[in-house]
Design a protein around this ligand. Structure first.
Ligand SMILES: C[S@@+](CC[C@H](N)C(=O)[O-])C[C@H]1O[C@@H](n2cnc3c(N)ncnc32)[C@H](O)[C@@H]1O
Length: 279
């Protein structure tokens, strides 16, 4: 395992994650043998806006029954289960964190979606897929951990079929204002690779994608997180989120993310592009 891979695994993949979340679900009075995606939704959508933003981007990206979707940086599988369970997509999740891949597969089995979703552990910079394999390439809050961004976008272009859709929801840079750490995706700069929004937009066009939508969700994201942090004061959300990090750092990390948005250091962008058809 490279130093980079092991640092990302160390940040996200605290051992026993599936068991920790399962215990909390049982403690909250739910029957784990009759688990639903709703029971998981406050644990498994690891991006600002939660499942609501997954649904919004699904609509923008035209996800419909049977579409082959690649979720890059699929986490513990929340977005994949939403895309498959609610929109009927056939989803492949790719993630570099081994513990996340195991947790994603276990919960997907428990909610009965294993025929529609598979997870592969691997790097987004060397995708283990044939050219033109997917109708949609999807990613939420993963690229800010990925260093060679031009390579990432070239890989996304390669595995997408002509006419296919690229959907991105992520944090991007907005100014030279330095970011406060720790944040939810990184303890410090060593695994944080936030790129300026202007640069990302140019780079996607450079690689060959054509833009359909570009939405700045920063104001909404600030309000969403402030609400989540307030809810956290009575313990509920903070405890659920801490179960992911295996530590109590959630409040400080989330507060820094809000501060970084308010300082104008970062923005949250949701953007949809397509790969032109062959002429
Ligand atoms: C903040 S989580 C988001 C997970 C998921 N997209 C979601 O929204 O619920 C970021 C994810 O990106 C993954 N990731 C980071 N670098 C990666 C890489 N080079 N290749 C694949 N996955 C990566 C992490 O392991 C982690 O699961």
């Amino acid at each position: 395992m490279s130093d980079y891979t092991s640092s990302v695994n160390k940040h996200y993949g605290k051992a026993g994650l599936f068991e920790r979340i399962s215990d909390q679900i049982v403690e909250s009075g739910k029957d784990i043998s009759a688990l639903t995606c709703d029971d998981l939704s406050s644990y498994d959508e690891l991006h600002i806006g939660g499942r609501g933003e997954t649904r919004n981007m699904s609509k923008l990206a035209g996800i419909t029954k049977g579409k082959a979707v690649l979720d890059v940086g699929s986490g513990i599988g929340g977005p994949a289960r939403t895309l498959a369970g609610e929109f009927g997509a056939q989803v492949t999740g790719l993630d570099i964190t081994e513990e996340f891949c195991r947790t994603a597969s276990e919960f997907t089995k428990l909610v009965g979606l294993s025929d529609k979703i598979s997870f592969k552990c691997g790097s987004a910079l060397e995708m283990p897929f044939e050219d033109e394999s997917f109708d949609v390439v999807w990613t939420q809050f993963a690229a800010m951990n990925i260093p060679e961004r031009s390579k990432l976008y070239r890989e996304m272009f390669r595995v997408l079929r002509p006419g296919g859709t690229l959907a991105i929801h992520e944090i991007m840079g907005a100014s030279d204002t330095p970011m406060k750490f720790p944040v939810l995706w990184a303890p410090d700069e060593s695994i944080s690779f936030v790129r300026p929004a202007v640069w990302v937009r140019n780079e996607l066009a450079e690689v060959g994608f054509k833009e359909n939508h570009w939405n700045d969700l920063t104001e909404f994201s600030i309000r969403w997180f402030q609400k989540k942090l307030n809810i956290g004061e009575d313990g509920k959300v903070a405890r659920e989120s801490a179960s992911l990090s295996g530590a109590d750092g959630f409040t400080e990390q989330a507060s820094n993310v809000v501060q970084n948005m308010q300082d104008g250091a970062i923005v949250v962008i949701q953007t949809v592009w397509h790969k032109p058809n062959k002429t």
